[in-house]
Design a protein around this ligand. Structure first.
Ligand SMILES: Nc1nc2c(ncn2[C@@H]2O[C@H](COP(=O)(O)OP(=O)(O)OP(=O)(O)O)[C@@H](O)[C@H]2O)c(=O)[nH]1
Ligand SMILES: [Mg+2]
Length: 375
């Protein structure tokens, strides 16, 4: 997937700024003998922020700027002057991006709403100047605090698209066709498996100017949780959907069996997906007559079912009603997803092995700067 523009997983190197050193300085002036300590504090090192921006759809831009370094704080000066704070850096990401530590996989933070901002790495505090350390017993402290060191971390940013309804089904089930008939999205449609290689989002308009977002993701096959087909890497995009719409063609031998295979693959990816509300759409119903559909009803899984055809439009408005009802059901609205650490199986090796290619230049040199301050 290296050439794809849809980037939902990227590894970058971040470093906050180090704090400026506090100054060691003694006041000197004509006729003022022993003017006393007056070294000021060092400035704070720059922070690294993560900010959600609804105008972004993927993490592609980060592939081309994998180093995010905040500025260092300046050292304090004579006359109790403060050092300047280091420059902050903000990483703009699409809504729904989570950040994990690249080495341990630990969850660090995430942003959901447009404009939401969190601190990803805090800059080091500036050191205190020697002026702070004067006391009755030590009126001429000849030392000052160094600034706190910078924090450097390789992090993985993972985007989970925010949609209301996620389409789940085997390849060729008609997922993209449905999305293209009920929204303005124009995903590629063809009668071979894995036509869709990256997720598509579409806005489905409903009655009275209401709408919801639907996500079409690449097809899943049996064994996907072990990496078959396109694997399960796109399933992360249904983790945040309120409702999952399972899609199974009407000409399938056993709809119940296919449904169970899909469900099994989903729970192998993330057991919490089992708790999501599910709806089943039996697709391509134009290929069957009413009699066959009646016969099929005898053996269906125990979830709300719609019989649809994206070609003739049969059952589509019933399906929309059904989805709307489920979406607005109070019990499906709570976002139950807990913050899990990055699962080793959900990692994308290609990115993980990416060498951020940076030769570390003395990260904590001059932490003890200003040692040679003139006395
Ligand atoms: N007769 C009929 N054919 C359909 C219907 N919906 C989709 N198809 C056909 O089924 C084939 C697969 O449709 P897609 O929408 O590409 O299937 P998909 O689930 O997105 O497949 P992948 O992207 O490969 O996972 C296409 O040839 C469609 O024309 C339908 O309602 N009736
Ligand atoms: Mg498709």
């Amino acid at each position: 997937m290296a050439e794809s523009n849809f980037v939902d997983y990227v590894k970058i190197l971040c470093r906050s700024g180090k704090g400026g050193a506090g100054a060691m300085h003694l006041y000197r002036a004509k006729y003022v003998p022993k003017g006393g300590p007056d070294g000021g504090d060092g400035g704070r090192g720059g922070n690294i922020y993560l900010r959600a921006n609804r105008n972004l759809w993927t993490l592609l831009h980060l592939k081309y700027s994998r180093h995010v370094f905040a500025g260092n704080g300046s050292p304090g000066g004579a006359n109790r002057s403060f050092g300047k704070d280091g420059e902050d850096k903000t990483i703009e990401v699409p809504c729904g991006t989570a950040v994990f530590d690249a080495d341990s996989g630990e969850f660090l933070c995430e942003v959901m709403q447009d404009g939401e901002e969190v601190v990803l790495l805090k800059g080091g505090r500036g050191g205190l100047g020697n002026w702070h350390f004067k006391s009755a017993t030590n009126q001429t402290p000849r030392y000052a605090q160094p600034g706190e060191p910078a924090v450097e971390r390789s992090v993985i940013l993972e985007l989970k698209l925010l949609a209301d309804v996620g389409l789940v089904g085997f390849p060729n089930a008609g997922k993209s066709t449905l999305l293209s008939t009920i929204s303005a999205a124009r995903p590629k449609i063809a009668d071979y498996p894995f036509t869709t290689l990256e997720p598509n989002l579409g806005i489905v308009s409903y009655r009275d100017n209401r709408s919801f977002v639907m996500a079409d993701i690449p097809g899943i096959i049996e064994g996907a949780s072990e990496g078959k087909g396109l694997g399960l890497r796109f399933l992360r995009h249904v983790e945040r959907n309120a409702v999952l719409l399972f899609m199974i063609p009407a000409d399938t031998d056993s709809i119940r069996k296919e449904y169970e295979i899909l469900l099994r693959e989903l729970t192998a990816f993330n057991p919490e997906l089992q708790d999501k509300q599910r709806v089943l759409a039996v697709t391509k119903c134009d290929m069957l007559d009413d009699e066959l559909i009646e016969a099929m009803k005898a053996d269906l899984p125990d979830v709300p079912v719609a019989f649809i055809s994206s070609v003739t439009g049969q059952g589509i408005s019933e399906l929309k009603d059904l989805l709307w009802r489920e979406l607005n059901d109070e019990k499906n609205r709570v976002m139950t997803m807990t913050h899990r650490n990055l699962d080793a199986r959900h990692r994308v090796e290609e990115e993980d092995n990416f060498d951020t290619g940076y030769v570390d230049e003395e990260i904590d040199a001059d932490d003890y700067a200003d040692e040679e301050e003139d006395w």
